[in-house]
Design a protein around this ligand. Structure first.
Ligand SMILES: C[S@@+](CC[C@H](N)C(=O)[O-])C[C@H]1O[C@@H](n2cnc3c(N)ncnc32)[C@H](O)[C@@H]1O
Length: 224
């Protein structure tokens, strides 16, 4: 228990401390998660993706991180159906340590149980490079040191990062490996798009070689 508590981040901790709920209790609430702002989130993502279309490779290999019940995945899927008729099938993966059941029920596909901490600890090092990681309405909740570790790890394993947020946060610093390229603001949803120069090649094998040559920027072992 102590070991696991040390590995939690502020966001997760806040969920757990309230009434000293167990991880499984938080997870069972997660099973019924829905985002009340989904319509405007979806519109904002569509507007952003329309603008950035030329930067997305096809077929797309994407990960929806902290996926909730699939809000961003479903928006991306609808956008791909609209824009990429006849293109090769995309690979759309998702991960959430709490809402994976809600995602699986709604979207009908399996969901990884990875948390931000798992990503910071390098869980994606075993996976092929992603063209795109989407993180919607979640990174702004992450405490700063975890944010740095998580997005630094992502910069080694993904070419593009699209972050949707109802705030100005998160601030993703260049030292993490991400260069912010563009931003769209629609109905108070901000969608930002960053590129990782560490993963500049489209060919996943080349990309692995380049990212492996770069040091992991940091490791987080505690919430501090
Ligand atoms: C506000 S919801 C956003 C969900 C969805 N992406 C959306 O746009 O509606 C925040 C999400 O972060 C997830 N989450 C909480 N703690 C997490 C952690 N430590 N690692 C990864 N995801 C976490 C929650 O399970 C929840 O799905």
């Amino acid at each position: 228990m102590l070991k696991w508590m040390r590995r939690t981040c502020a966001m997760e901790q806040a969920c757990l401390e309230e009434g000293l709920r167990s991880r499984s209790e938080v997870a069972s609430e997660g099973a019924s998660y829905v985002n009340p702002h989904e319509p405007r989130l979806s519109e904002a993502l569509h507007i952003a993706l329309d603008q950035w279309q030329e930067h997305l490779s096809s077929p797309l290999r994407a990960l929806d991180l902290a996926c909730g019940s699939g809000e961003a995945t479903l928006a991306l899927e609808a956008w791909l159906e609209k824009t990429q008729t006849g293109a090769m099938e995309p690979v759309l993966e998702a991960a959430d340590p709490y809402t994976f059941e809600a995602f699986e029920r709604r979207v009908g596909r399996r969901c990884h149980h990875w948390s931000f901490q798992d990503v910071a600890d390098g869980v994606l090092e075993e996976e092929p490079i992603y063209d795109l990681v989407l993180c919607s309405f979640a990174l702004h909740l992450l405490e700063r040191s975890w944010l740095t570790c998580t997005v630094s790890s992502l910069a080694r394993r993904a070419r593009l990062l699209v972050v949707a947020t109802p705030h100005k946060r998160p601030l993703i610093e260049r030292k993490t490996g991400w260069e912010q390229v563009a931003e769209v603001l629609h109905a108070r949803v901000r969608v930002r798009y960053g590129a990782s120069p560490m993963v500049r090649f489209q060919n996943p094998l080349d990309a692995v070689t380049l990212a492996d040559a770069m040091p992991t920027v940091c490791r987080c072992n505690s919430a501090g």
